[in-house]
Each structure stands twice: as C-alpha cells, then as structure tokens.
Design a protein around this ligand. Structure first.
Ligand code: BGC
Length: 762
C-alpha cells in the first residue's frame, strides 16, 4: 500500500485504536481494525523451521505446534559458509510461511557467540560478526524474496541466557561497534529486514526495548532500517519510553494494559501523538507489504523440504579430524554404529525454536534404506542421566571389538544445552567420554560423530581416528551423516567458532554471566579467534577449520594495488587448486592483519570468504574486492570508523591460525583525527604526528638536543651492563612527557615548550 494511503488510514483512527496497534492481539497475532480494513497477521518462530502453534501458545517450546520440517540450526548452516545454501533455506522457509499464512518468521537468531557456554549458541551463527552478518543476510534475502518478513534477533548484546531478561551487558563503544553491532550491521544495510526483534537484556544500563541510541540512532538513522521493531516475548519494560525510543510493537499481547498507558501518556502530554502516528505507520507499511503480496497457492511440501534439510546438513557438517584417511568408510567393511544418537539423533535444541518434526531420519534408518547390511548397532549409553549403564556399555565394547571400525554417535543431551539457561561446563556426559575411551581400547579405528550446538571438550581426541561434527543438524541429520561417512558426500563445512581445549581457556571465562545482573564484556573486541590468535594459544580446532576428502593448494596471490589511499577499493585474487582425486568444495578465507599501528587490535580478522566447488585437478581463481572497512577500526575519538596509515598483511588462510599465502598492502589514511597536544603529551605521541615531529625536531636541533642525546647515550651506571644504548634511549624518550624536557635539557623553559605546543596545535 502506498505510504500516503497508510497515513490516510491513520488519520481516521481514534487514539485508542492507534495505541492498540502497538501491542499484539494474543501470543502470535498482531491486531487489526476491521472497520478500516486493517488485517490481523500472524508471526511465528523460527528460525530453522516453523513452530506455528494452532492451539495452546508459549514461547519456550512447551506446547505442540503443527507438524513441520526441522532444518539444521544456525550453528550448522553457518558452518556451510555457503551464502547460496542459506539463501535457499530462507526461500524454503519463506514458502512454508506463505503456505501457513505467517507474515513474519522470528529469525534469524544472530547473537555473537561470546562464550561456548551460552545455552542458545546452537541457534546463533558465529563468534565472528562478519560471518554472522553475511549468513543472516543470505537468510533474510531468501525469506523476504517470498514476500514474508524476517525478524533478525535478538538486537543486541544478548550473548548469555543467564538472567537474560534483566542482565545488563556492559561494554565499551568500540567493542559494541566492532563486534556486537557489526553482527547486525551488514545484514540490515544490505537486506533491509522487515522487522527486528529487540532483546530482553539491558545494554550499558538501558533495556534494549527503550534504547533510543540503538533502535533509532543506529538502526534507523545510520543503517536505514525502515521496518518495525518488536519486543522479544515479554521484553517490554516501560511502554511509553520504548515507543519514544523506536520500539513499535510489544509482543505478545497483554490485554490492553500498556495500550491504555500510551493513551494516557498522549493525553497528559508526556507523549507526542506524532510519535505514535509514525510508529503505527512503520508497522502498517510492513503488515500491508505481506497481505498485499499473499501467495495463496503456496503449499507446504514436507517431503521436498525434508530432502533440502538433508542437503543442508550435508553441506554444513565439519570434518574435524581424519587420521590416516580412515574416512570415508566402505560399504563392505563391517562397522559398529554405537550410541543412542545413531538411532535417535539429537538434532535440535530446546526452547522457542523447537520444531514438531514430521519425520526424523537417523543414520541407521538411512543405512537400512541403502541396504547396508554390514552394520551392527549397540546403544552404548542412555542420555537421560549421566550414568554408565553397565549392560549397554559392555554390549557396545563387544560390538566394537567384532567390527573393522566403530562409529560412535555422541554429543550433548537436551538437558545440557537449551534456551533459558547456560551450560555449566564444556563437557559431554562423562558416561559418553568413558564409552569412547573403552571402545578405543578394543578398536583402533574409532570415528566420533558429534551432535551438539556448541563446542565441547574432547579428552579422548588422541585416541580416536576421526571426528565428524554434525552439530544440531536438523531432522535429516542421520542421512547426511551416513552419506558423509561413506563418501557419497565430500564434507565441506568449516568452523565458524573456535573449539578451545578447555573452557578455562575462553576469553571471558572469568566474567561470563556476570554478577548482580551486570555482565561486563571486559575481553572487549578479543572475542573468539581474535583472542586465541592474538595470544598465539593452542586450541583444539581453530575457527575456519574443516577437512575434506580431497586437498586444496593455494597459489598466485595477486594484490591489485600495493599502495592505496583509504578511499580506493582494490581486488585480491588467489588461485585455488583441488590437488586430490575427488571433487570437493573449499572455503577460501581472506584475513587482514595490521602490521604495527598504535591501536590494540586482534592479530588478524576475517574480512572476506567464498565457497568454491572444484572438480579433481581443477583450479579456479577467486577474486575479492576490499574497501576501507576491511582495514578500519572504530575510533572512540571521532566516533566513527577510522583507518590508520600503515602496512596490512592480506592472507588467505586455511583457518584463522594457518595462513597459506600472504602479501602486504600499504594504506594511507585520508582522515586526520584532530589531536591537541599538551605538556603531558609524551614525546612518542608528539613525534608520531607529522607536524609535531617537524616542530620538535627543529627545536631540538636549536636547543642542542643532539648533544643531549649523545650525552644520554654515554651515561654509565658504573658498570658495563648499565650503558644506555640508542634503542634504550629511544624507548625511554617515547614515554617521556614533554614537560620533562625542562628538567633534562639544559635551557628549556616552560614558556618555550608552551610556544612549541602553540606551533604544533595551531
Ligand atoms: C525467544 C525468542 C522467540 C520468542 C517467541 C522468546 O523467549 O527469546 O527468540 O522468538 O520467545 O517464541
């Protein structure tokens, strides 16, 4: 509907009707106004399938929803590093929404994985904001291509489940921009989601629902968001304040309590009615965008979507280890499938994303379907409690001993990770660890298939030959796992998060969760691999890691320009060759690493990636375009992105730790951060400034500075080891405030220094 018509409709509404449109009708529907032809529409979870509740409603996945398809969760689909696949997933879910008359799917979920312990990491994409924003963007694009809205969530800084409804995420401006906002930024700017869901928590003291800086200044003004913001379910704090801040819709409905508050606020002059009008206008534009583009022909094709769910799981699984090329297995081999998850895979997480799957396909089901009769099965463990079941245990060890290889389907039980609470540790149940170790004693060829939504510790890693991470891979995960194990599919997923060796190694280990509802993000921008790589720390599996049944070689890295000014864009190309004898897919990862500079930055950051398919022996040239943002950091001096002049390494990495080829580019900044020097500015700071260096250099020469320097170098402390050499002198001078020249350089006066400062500053 044209905006003028929406405005016209609003002009015909009573104050009560307008206020009424600011909250839901019930758990899942928005309100309509019959006399004006304004429809009521439905929204639904999300994000990896439909959780449409026809009867009893709830936001924790307790009551049943319609039968639907459970696609792989975000932790898995992000690992595909495949924008096209994720876009296709969005299209599929968008079509399902049209078939079920759902105006908006509540997703993608895209909070940053700050700690592996976050109970809801399985829904989220990455520890890296670029991967997160790219994957979310692809999903949004796909859904919205079907004229259905998305609600990227939870905006923002909602990286823990502990006290998620009241906790205050406290962080500095740079961390907020470079990590937590950056996760949403690219997606919002490029894909214009129809709606956004604000998170429950507070950010630096203010609830997100009433955070004007986030909802209006950043989201709408800076990024150009033009849809409506809805609260997470029950996240409303102060209705009037949140309307003013830019939160349009309160969900779910509350029987009109807060609508009445809005009416009163307008009547007593606390709220300008124009603010209410604008909010309703933003909301209705989206409602009509859906209703006027309804696809009444769309049908829910569960079988077709199940097949896509399997394909998505195949593309998303990550082969973490494959010693001696034990995988792929051969159908002729006698193999023991061990573990409950071979028969009943754990394929989704608990909470609001929980799908009522119309079918679940296990690895054993698939083996049967393809008539593999060389598989024996033993349950090995029960995941209801972390207890060794002696009989199941013994049976599994025996089965493993009889086979040529054992595949253990292990992972996290439902109770270990879910929306609503965080994990207490990073382990899988002890009974499963014990089982893997016992099986490895009788069987040299052990393969572990992991079902989990976030990194786990693997105390047995050296005792097993292979590990395949299938994450929470959706209802067809079993078929996907089988096809990868037996080489029908060549694995191509890569980790979008680091697997640390132990939870104690994680960057926010000491502060995660916080105290008294205050969670300090003290690790700053050093989240995930930004921390491990900068500390040169050994991890279990690094960000970006993923093996294939073939191998890839990189060569011929070509940088379009060796020297650029920051406003220039340039291309980087690299050749990637499949040097094995199987077709496969590789994720080409481009990292940028500042070489020096004055800002504390991660050693390197991922700036581009592309997934490419290569036939055996084939070479492809992959080309990326880089712009200033690839080199920029968020400056808290100018409150904007800034590029420091200097050299930057551009490297193609197999993962965040292992660079294959690298080159350097020199970037010259075009923006000068205005600086005012004073008597307490250090010599280092002043000399780093071109004008400062010129003025001081000239003055030093005039003051006999060279002699002073020489004198300093010759000063001895009594023995040879006390001689101050040139390097030491320079290091000392670097941190010396200007005012100290009065004491150290004969003839220098305060007045003279003030004159110098005048010359530098003006
Ligand atoms: C979750 C949201 C979800 C909503 C509705 C909340 O508890 O945080 O992600 O969309 O419930 O179910």
């Amino acid at each position: 509907m044209e905006n003028s018509k929406v405005k016209e409709l609003i002009s015909q509404m009573t104050l009560e009707e307008k206020a009424g449109l600011c909250s839901g009708l019930d758990f899942w529907r928005t309100k309509g106004i019959e006399r004006l032809g304004i429809p009521s529409v439905m929204v639904s979870d999300g994000p990896h399938g439909l959780r449409k509740q026809a009867d009893k409603a709830d936001h924790l996945g307790i009551n049943e929803s319609i039968k639907a398809v459970c696609f792989p969760a975000g932790c898995a689909t992000a690992s595909s590093f495949d924008r096209e696949l994720v876009e296709q997933l969005g299209e599929t879910i968008g079509r399902e929404c049209q078939a079920e008359d759902i105006s908006t799917i509540l997703g993608p979920a895209m909070n940053i994985k700050r700690s592996p312990l976050c109970g809801r990491n399985f829904e989220y994409y990455s520890e890296d904001p670029y991967v997160s924003t790219e994957m979310a963007g692809a999903f949004v694009h796909g859904v919205q291509s079907q004229n259905v809205g998305t609600s990227p969530k939870h905006f923002m800084a909602n990286s823990q489940e502990f006290h998620r409804m009241t906790s205050n995420s406290v962080m500095d401006e740079r961390t907020m921009r470079e990590i937590y906002l950056a996760s949403f930024e690219g997606m919002v700017k490029k894909e214009k989601p129809w709606t956004i869901m604000n998170s429950y928590n507070r950010l630096n003291g203010t609830y997100l629902c009433e955070n004007k800086e986030m909802l209006t200044d950043v989201l709408r003004r800076e990024w150009g968001f033009d849809g409506y913001v809805m609260t997470d379910w029950g996240a409303m704090d102060d209705r009037t304040a949140s309307l003013k801040a830019g939160c349009n819709l309160e969900m779910p409905g509350n029987g009109g309590t807060t609508d009445a508050e809005l009416v009163k606020a307008v009547q007593n002059g606390e709220l300008d009615e124009a603010v209410l009008d604008r909010s309703v206008e933003e909301f209705l534009n989206i409602v009509f965008r859906y209703t006027e583009n309804r696809d009444t022909e769309a049908v829910l094709d569960l079988e077709k979507d199940h097949a896509f769910a399997r394909k998505a799981a195949e593309e998303s699984s990550v082969l973490l280890k494959n010693e001696g090329q034990i995988l792929p297995l051969k159908k002729e081999q006698k193999v023991a499938f061990i573990g409950k998850y071979a028969k009943m895979p754990r394929y989704q997480g608990g909470g609001s994303s929980h799908i009522n799957s119309f079918r679940v396909e296990s690895a054993l089901d698939h083996a049967k379907e393809v008539k593999n009769e060389n598989i024996i099965y033993a349950q090995g463990f029960d995941d209801a409690a972390d207890q060794v079941d002696e009989a199941l245990f013994a049976e599994a060890v025996e089965a493993a001993g009889q086979a040529e290889a054992a595949v253990i389907f292990a992972g996290l039980p439902d109770s270990f990770e879910s929306e609503g609470y965080d994990r207490k540790h990073m382990g899988i149940p002890q009974c499963q660890n014990a089982l893997i170790e016992a099986v490895a004693k009788v069987q040299p060829n052990v393969i572990v298939v992991l079902h989990n939504g976030a990194p786990v510790e693997m105390p047995w890693i050296d005792q097993v030959k292979a590990v395949l991470e299938v994450y929470l891979g959706g209802q067809a995960v079993g078929g996907a796992a089988y096809r990868i194990l037996y080489g029908e599919v060549n694995p191509s997923g890569h980790l979008t998060e680091t697997f640390p060796k132990r939870v104690q190694d994680t960057p926010c280990y000491l502060t995660y969760g916080g105290e008294h509802d205050r969670s300090e993000y003290t690790e700053g921008v050093f989240v995930g691999y930004r921390y491990y790589v900068s500390k040169d720390m050994e991890v279990l599996f690094p960000f970006g890691h993923g093996l294939s049944y073939t191998q890839f070689a990189y060569s011929n890295l070509v940088i379009g320009k060796q020297e650029i000014t920051e406003s220039e864009t340039f291309t980087v190309s690299v050749d990637v060759t499949n040097i094995g004898d199987r077709d496969g897919k590789e994720v080409v990862q481009l990292y940028v690493a500042p070489q020096g500079g004055t800002i504390l930055r991660p050693v390197r950051e991922l700036k581009r990636f592309e997934k490419v398919q290569l036939a055996a022996g084939e070479t492809k040239t992959v080309t990326f375009e880089l712009d200033r943002r690839a080199f920029a950091y968020w400056s808290t001096e100018i409150h904007d992105w800034h590029v420091e002049t200097g050299s930057y390494a551009i490297a193609i990495g197999r993962n965040a730790q292992e660079m294959a080829v690298s080159a350097e580019v020199k970037v010259t900044s075009e923006a000068v951060i205005p600086k005012v020097f004073h008597l307490n500015s250090t010599m280092g700071e002043i000399m780093a400034d071109p004008k400062g260096a010129a003025v001081i250099g000239q003055a030093m020469a005039g003051m006999g500075g060279e002699e002073t320097e020489q004198m300093a170098k010759e000063t001895e402390n009594g023995d040879e080891s006390g001689v101050i050499n040139e390097e030491m002198y320079a290091a000392m001078m670097e941190g010396m405030p200007l005012r100290q020249l009065i004491s150290f350089v004969p003839g220098v006066t305060k007045e003279a220094l003030l004159q110098l400062l005048d010359a530098i500053n003006n």
